[in-house]
Design a protein around this ligand. Structure first.
Ligand code: SAH
Length: 347
């Protein structure tokens, strides 16, 4: 059985020919698959005989919603997706004034080992396929009954450590014969894999880039983000500057505020000094406490003080709206806490 999810028009045309059909059937299949249809029987412009052949030889599968935590106050849904091999990843569906947004995962686990992050705790398991990234979007739409207009690749995993599949996913979700999602409505977040940032700026100049900064001293950043030993923070900032010069795009820096680690007056001084004059926006996010890591988040009051001070200095900064504060909002937390109860069904 062949999984047709994640296939390009060319691959679908070749498959149609293998099943004795004309190549243009591939285009028809493409439209159905990427408009979200998952039942071959509903693909009404395909002949009944072809639909039977499809059912015998192919399927459309990748992920299913296994468990949902819903924040009653703001409608945020944290979704636990089950994969075909029994692994699980997470996504977060959020409602904003400007539309619905989904935060999705790019890997099962993560290799980056950030000390404060729940995704790092179980280590790296495997990359997600393009189909598995795509289906997180369609499965969330099916579950919520709402359309997703914005995507952030900020769930579990390091997207630039899975570049090829990320790239396949971005091209498929953007395809005009499919969901036709604008690249400008997509944000990819990286912990700072510099060579991939460069490639990304050439191949996807319209997709928004976010960089997880979290600390600006070299030693300090290496302590909480081991990837900094390979790609030191000053080189990362130089690459970020180059990125916005080349693309004309504003970069988002994520700065997770950890109490007593990166929220002191000296830390703010360093932000002012090192980010001055850059085309950027700083997103301050009080850390979501993950018991197992021993770190705690700064208070919202401290986050707001820092934002104000940066703003006064001409650096755009916001404190992220606390969506889903009642649920395990940070990446990897739900999976971590669901390990024993994974079989709970959402439907
Ligand atoms: N690997 C990518 C994308 C996934 S993480 C990256 O590092 O950017 C998405 C964001 O959530 C990152 O900025 C990450 O550092 C942050 N994060 C991880 N654990 C968190 C927690 N417990 N509380 C708040 N933010 C967290």
């Amino acid at each position: 059985m062949r999984n047709l999810l994640g296939c390009t028009t060319k691959e679908l045309s070749e498959f149609a020919v293998e099943l004795g059909e004309k190549p243009f059937r591939g285009r028809q299949l493409f439209k159905w698959i990427y408009s979200g249809e998952r039942d071959f029987d509903n693909m009404t412009d395909l002949s009944a005989a072809f639909r039977e052949k499809l059912k015998e030889n192919a399927y459309l599968g990748a992920v299913s919603v296994k468990y949902v935590q819903r924040d009653q106050k703001d409608g945020t849904c944290k979704l636990l997706y089950g994969l075909e091999d029994g692994n699980a990843v997470e996504g977060v569906f959020m409602k904003y004034k400007y539309g619905n947004s989904l935060c999705l995962s790019s890997q099962v686990g993560c290799r980056m080992g950030c000390r404060f992050c729940a995704s790092a705790l179980g280590g790296f398991v495997r990359n997600l396929t393009s189909a598995e990234m795509l289906e997180q979007v369609y499965a969330a739409e099916r579950y919520t009954g709402e359309e997703i207009n914005h995507i952030v690749v900020m769930g579990m995993g390091e997207p630039f450590d899975n570049y090829e599949n990320l790239s396949g996913f971005l091209n498929l979700i953007h395809d005009k014969n499919g969901k036709n999602l604008s690249f400008r409505n997509i944000t990819v977040s990286t912990s700072g894999l510099i060579p991939m940032m460069k490639r990304f700026s050439e191949e996807f100049p319209q997709v928004n880039l976010a960089i997880s900064l979290h600390r600006l001293t070299n030693e300090g950043r290496s302590e909480i983000m081991p990837i900094n030993r390979k790609y030191p923070v000053d080189e990362l900032l130089a690459a970020a500057r180059e990125y916005s010069e080349n693309t004309g795009r504003r970069i988002t820096f994520e700065y997770t505020l950890i109490k007593g680690e990166n929220d002191s007056a000296a830390d703010v001084q360093l932000m002012k000094k090192k980010l001055a004059g850059m085309l950027c926006h700083i997103n301050l996010i009080p850390l979501n406490k993950v018991e197992e890591t021993g770190y705690d988040g700064s208070s919202r009051k401290r986050a707001e003080e820092i934002a104000l001070e940066l703003e006064k200095h001409g650096i755009a900064a916001t404190v992220r709206r606390e969506l889903g504060s009642e649920i395990d909002g940070a990446c990897g937390q739900l999976r971590l806490h669901m390990k024993d109860e994974f079989e709970v069904d959402a439907d």
